[in-house]
Design a protein around this ligand. Structure first.
Ligand SMILES: [Zn+2]
Length: 67
């Protein structure tokens, strides 16, 4: 195994939420804070739609904006 310290797509602990975007369409991603029981929490587009590529059993993680 090689030592890998950074994996693209993994969101770190100290990322400003405002700097997160959908990895596909690059729209702003916001954390879904209204997920109820049985719903998967995660991130959505700013308009509330699931991030591109999200499907059952698979959650797409937003990426950090490169400024
Ligand atoms: Zn998207």
């Amino acid at each position: 195994m090689t030592t890998s310290t950074a994996t693209p797509g993994i969101v770190g602990e100290f990322v400003d939420p405002d700097d997160l975007i959908c990895p596909c369409c690059r729209e702003c991603a916001v954390e879904l804070s209204t997920a109820g029981p049985g719903e998967s929490s995660g991130f959505v587009h700013r308009d509330g739609s699931a991030l591109c590529g999200t499907q059952a059993g698979r959650v797409v993680e937003p990426i950090e904006v490169a400024r």
